[in-house]
Design a protein. Sequence first.
Length: 329
Amino acid sequence: MFCHSGGERATVGCPRLLRRVFQRFQQTGGYVRKSGFGRKRCISERDDRFIVTTSLRNRFTNAVELQQQFRSTRRTSVSVSTIRRRLHEKSLTAHRPAKGPKLTAQHRRDRLEFARNHCEWTLEQWRTVLFSDETRICLFCNDRRRRVYRRQRERFTQPCFEESVEYGGGSCMFWGGISVDGKTELVCVSRTRGGRGQGSLNAGRYITEILEEHVVPYAGYVGDGFMLMHDNARCHTAAIVRDYLQEVDIPVMHWPARSPDLNPIEHLWDDLKRRVRARDSAPTTLQELQDAVLEGWEQIPQEAVATLVRSMKERMEAVMKARGGNTRF
């Protein structure tokens, strides 16, 4: 019962419902309906177990596919919404899958060995390592996750329509390196549009444009104990690159293949790409893209970089816990 501002009394809800709730309170001391009361479930507990078990056997089976399997196996029909409710009751909800590189048994062994060899490293030891990598950033990136809020007949109206760009508009590839105490300059190593443009990074260019210009000076900045980390890309492992690094006395950390989750700079690439996408005006040319990326790199605070490098001990522990498998990093 509620009173309006004018003093008039008004009832809210159904009197029969209120009477049942009051009777339930008198009988049980609460308002919650007892388990087992109410409308009978449309399928049996055995059917429920079939739905859950089938889903657990193949986690990528969606509700529609489960409905089809249920119909063909159990010889009865059930709605997709019922399928989803039964899964939700067992805390099974749909999410985008975590993604990572496919690992062979050898990859797992190599990753596990690397983690065991470095799990006791202190921050002072990691401090001397320069973590380096390359990344490609597209001029017009469509990750297919964007959504548009529109009315029923607004699908093809201009505010709700996303125009595609032929060839993706081109891309730039960048090289960079980070350590606990700093980061290198970001270097644009290639620009391509429509499959044509500056060539990819080869061993010769890696020596002259990256190692000579940036890594060797950074090694002098770090001092004794400096070590370079780069992955197993061809331009990194070529014989002339190995010879050059030996000549300038720069040791290279032996890095397990297919292990981007162990390299802290990977998270920095994600941060950098978000900064570019968050700009008020999106780049429309490769030069604007290059300028935006270089500006975003400079804006990343060193504390964020240092925090990523400090996570190396956790990364080693995660690899050992996963027995060499992919980790949350």
